[in-house]
Design a protein around this ligand. Structure first.
Ligand code: ZN
Length: 733
């Protein structure tokens, strides 16, 4: 037996600390007393000390099973740094050569080694088991124990055999299992699998009080990308991670951020090792602010000052979401976690799994259901996450650190509706999951309802006047209030708790927030967390700008649209650019155009903003990467290199006609194209002059209108397109 004094003085002696964190001390004394110990502690809580210290204090060697071979060397180095002798800690895995293995085994046999890190695969080898039998093993630590459970986010089948292996070495070796994620499901899986029913469980709170959780609807990729740019611009120079699902979108989103002046880089498993290491290092050194990554990023990276984590695609499970958002704010300062959610993305994920075995599909379906419920809830996000991890939480404690607490949803009296839901669970004999339950409540005559003979039940259809999403809310809230619970073992079948039975007998008042229906949300509903939402056209300013354009066109003797086209004026009346730099963010305005025509517009807007005391939607100006921007760049480069149009057309896989159209789009958006080198090939000088004359007086920039006017003079569409490129380059840009 070891007393408290010993543990504390050992902490000082081996690690130089004076105090333990959280439950560390109780955990260590439990393990040292020979009891199985299960530790559930969020990342950063000091998990590894819970086995390192007792290993150093005990006689013999502790075996540490860890799935992260890549990190074993670091872990071993860390322990060695506290000791004068390297033999104090070793690892044994496939990365060692024969000579190294021999040395490790010699140190173990000599009793010099206190900690031996192994991969589960090492344990499955018969010769290793035979060797371990000859040693004195103090205990076995199973790190990242959630790998045991298929419900965990990191399932590793070989983890399932660990208990067998330990028993083969010697029964009655104490086990300590550690994990940073444990929903009740994962937890019961670990306990069962390692035979730890009689052990002590230590569970620290998973509440990350400094993280702000927010879900934003994702209408489409464009809107989500804009929204991300807007958000990141409010955090200049700060570190952040944007998580996406596919390699392709890491590149795409990173590019959008770069185009908008954000120091971002893509990261995914498809990059070569060198690039990955470099990107990680640059992120750690703050040479890169934002990483756009698949979930491959972040494992084993400990950057304390990540200020935001954005999910461009929703996470595959709440565990993943918690792990990934958990990378924000490790230094205890604020971290913002924004996830973009659309039900369409969920359906896309489901498609990935449609060819998988039924059990896997069901498992995945349930994990997704939790994500949907979390995303759509109108209640406190923090309460929902912690509930998922089996923790009771009073939303008062959220301190408005989630979107729903900050801007509370309308709450309605749901006493009667909850009673209907509970009675329906009862009528279905507690044998169904949420979906069929809602079918029953709403009176949907599904095959299932018919087969089980529920159509004639007296409360079948009792809630038909309310939408599915409403009943989802009611049922979720009944669970959050402990009236219903999901049966872990039976794929999420709903059961009534004793409080639920009491409620049925005597319903009491219960006000619940109603879920957001993200399927019907429109652009106007988006409220960004920063300043006032932008996006609305200022009609008054717009008409002032139109007038100015008219007078400027007279002064300069050009058509108004040559100065700025109407969409550009609309943009200006939305985003209030007050400098040449701002102007460049307006669509269709190039540097040249801004310099040539911008100033009077800028001073008008400035004056207008001051006079009307307008709060400009700063950071709301987002340059969008032009669609097919690759083609655009190829065309501009081709013209710079004075290539024949046929060659350019074949590079971008277009016919010449389409190419001319594209080039007109390019000059319309403010980029000059100097095509003089090729003009002779395409157009006679007289024809060109005629077209120039036309555009010099025309009221519209339209090519079709021009063709209609000029075709009687035997002028072709192609000639008009060519001449217009030249005209716009000379006069408008
Ligand atoms: Zn909250």
């Amino acid at each position: 037996m070891t007393d408290t004094l010993d543990i504390k003085s050992s902490l000082k002696q081996f690690f130089g600390f004076d105090e333990f964190k959280l439950d560390q001390e109780r955990i260590i004394s439990t393990l040292l007393s020979g009891k199985n110990t299960f530790v559930i502690m969020p990342t950063g809580g000091g998990k590894s000390l819970c086995y390192q210290l007792p290993a150093l204090m005990s006689e013999g060697t502790a075996i540490v099973i860890s799935p992260l071979i890549a990190l074993m060397k670091d872990q071993v180095d860390a322990i060695r740094s506290y000791s004068k002798d390297d033999s104090i800690a070793h690892f044994l895995n496939s990365s060692l050569n024969k000579g190294q293995i021999k040395q490790v085994k010699a140190d173990l046999s000599d009793g010099k080694t206190k900690l031996l890190y192994v991969a589960p695969e090492t344990l499955t080898k018969e010769e290793n088991i035979e060797f371990f039998k000859t040693l004195k093993i103090s205990f076995v630590a199973v790190d990242e124990a959630h790998c045991i459970s298929e419900w965990g986010h990191d399932f590793r089948p070989e983890y399932r055999r660990i208990k067998l292996m330990i028993d083969a070495i010697k029964s009655e070796i104490p086990i300590i299992a550690l994990t940073a994620t444990a929903t009740p499901k994962v937890q019961s899986d670990i306990v069962k699998n390692l035979g730890m029913e009689k052990g002590d469980i230590f569970k620290s709170s998973f509440n990350r009080t400094n993280l702000f959780y927010e879900i934003r609807p994702k209408l489409n990729n464009d809107q989500a990308q804009k929204s991300i740019v807007q958000f990141i611009r409010t955090k200049p120079g700060q570190s952040g991670i944007v998580y996406v699902l596919s390699r392709k979108s890491t590149e795409e989103v990173a590019k959008v951020l770069q185009v908008n002046g954000i120091n971002a880089h893509a990261y995914h498993a498809g990059l070569d090792q060198k690039t990955r290491v470099r990107v990680q290092d640059q992120f750690l050194m703050q040479d890169i602010d934002v990483i756009v990554a698949t979930i491959a990023f972040g494992m084993g990276i400990d950057k304390p000052d990540v200020r935001f984590v954005i999910h461009y695609d929703i996470a595959k499970s709440l565990e993943n979401y918690y792990q990934e958002t958990g990378r924000a704010g490790r230094d205890g300062l604020d971290g913002t976690c924004i996830a973009f959610y659309s039900y369409k993305d969920i359906l896309k994920l489901e498609k990935f799994h449609k060819d998988k075995p039924v059990s896997e599909r069901e498992l995945h379906g349930q994990l997704m259901e939790e994500v949907v419920a979390y995303s759509e809830t109108g209640a406190c996000r923090r309460k929902a996450i912690l509930h998922y991890f089996g923790e009771e939480f009073d939303e008062e404690g959220c301190n408005k650190m989630c979107d729903n607490c900050k801007n509370p949803k309308e709450r309605i009296e749901a006493k009667d509706d909850i009673a209907i839901a509970l009675k329906s669970v009862q009528a279905l004999k507690e044998k169904f999951t949420i979906k069929p339950l809602i079918d029953f409540i709403r009176g949907n005559k599904t095959r299932e309802m018919e087969d089980f003979g529920y159509l004639s039940n007296e409360i079948f259809g009792a809630g038909k006047d309310k939408e599915d999403i409403f009943w989802h809310s009611v049922i979720r809230n009944a669970m959050l209030h402990g009236l219903l619970r999901k049966e872990i073992e039976e794929y999420g079948v709903l059961k009534i708790t004793s409080s639920g039975h009491a409620f049925i007998k005597k319903p009491t008042s219960l006000k619940i927030p109603i879920s957001n229906d993200y399927s019907s949300v429109t652009d106007a509903d988006i409220v960004t967390s920063g300043s006032a939402a932008g996006g609305a056209l200022d009609e008054e300013l717009f008409s002032l700008l139109m007038d100015l354009r008219k007078s400027e066109s007279k002064k300069k003797n050009v058509q108004p649209w040559v100065i700025f086209q109407e969409p550009s004026l609309r943009d200006m009346a939305t985003f209030y650019p007050i400098s040449v730099e701002d102007m460049l963010n307006i669509s269709g305005v190039s540097q040249g155009k801004a310099n040539r025509y911008g100033l009077p517009f800028i001073s008008l807007i400035k004056e207008y903003v001051i006079k009307n005391d307008i709060e400009r939607p700063e950071d709301l100006v987002v340059k969008q990467m032009a669609n097919k921007s690759k083609n655009k760049v190829a065309i501009i480069q081709g013209i710079d290199r004075k290539l024949p149009f046929d060659d350019i057309a074949s590079t971008v896989k277009m016919d010449v006609d389409k190419l001319l159209q594209e080039m007109n789009v390019i000059v319309d958006s403010g980029t000059k194209l100097d095509i003089d080198y090729y003009l002779e090939e395409l157009i006679d000088e007289e024809v060109m002059e005629e077209i120039f004359d036309y555009f010099g007086e025309a009221e519209s920039e339209s090519i079709e209108t021009a063709f209609a006017e000029l075709k009687d003079d035997d002028i072709t569409m192609e000639e008009i397109q060519v001449a217009r490129i030249k005209f716009m380059t000379v006069h408008a840009n």
